[in-house]
Design a protein around this ligand. Structure first.
Ligand code: 5GP
Length: 184
């Protein structure tokens, strides 16, 4: 069992419900802080710069990689995504439990750099249900939906590398389970 639970990796296929779960955790417990990633993906309707993501151009993102400003980064569905080093370290030093909502390649990089990080994989009830959730969300075009679903199979295969695999059947139950796992 891990005895360090200040850095928490939350991974799971696109559409599994990571965002909703994190929102609930943060509302429930002020000791948690979620890292705001940088991305080259275009903002979705309603997404706010500096709240959902830092939205960057390709060259801005590549500059950040070059200057070692990211703890991890990966390409997902043709866009860059990465975690900013400085705010994460600052929040850890202030005693927050820091949640990184990232995909599997990034999770692997974090595990190597921070072997004590606690990793949780959020599993959809089924692939059909996942597809339904992505489609119902209505945020992606068909091409992006297909890329995300293809990636989901690979991500699900990687779930065995995680400390905990939790199936997201019911949001409130999942939040409860995650909070229990973190406070072990
Ligand atoms: P979305 O475009 O749906 O917001 O995110 C696509 C995928 O990228 C999701 O699986 C999400 O968890 C992941 N992601 C978001 N931020 C980061 C990050 O900073 N690093 C990595 N490696 N993945 C991220």
């Amino acid at each position: 069992m891990k005895n360090f639970n200040q850095l928490i990796i939350l991974t799971g296929p696109s559409g599994v419900g990571k965002g909703t779960i994190i929102e609930k955790i943060i509302k429930k417990d002020k000791r948690f802080w979620v890292s705001i990633s940088a991305t080259t993906r275009k903002p979705r309707e309603g997404e706010v710069e500096g709240e959902n993501y830092y939205f960057l151009s390709n060259s801005q993102f590549e500059e950040m990689i070059k200057n070692d400003l990211l703890i991890e980064w990966a390409k997902f569905a043709d866009n860059y995504y990465g975690t900013l080093l400085k705010p994460v370290i600052e929040k850890i030093n202030k005693g927050f439990k820091v949640i990184l909502e990232i995909e599997v390649d990034g999770a692997e990089q974090i595990r190597k750099k921070f072997p004590d990080a606690l990793s949780i994989f959020l599993m959809p009830p089924s692939k059909n249900e996942l597809e339904k959730r992505i489609r119902n969300r209505g945020t992606e075009n068909e091409e992006s939906i297909i890329k995300r679903l293809e990636r989901a199979s690979f991500e699900i295969d990687s779930s065995k590398k995680f400390d905990h695999v939790i199936t997201n059947l019911d949001v409130d139950e999942t939040v409860k389970t995650i909070l229990e796992v973190i406070s072990l």
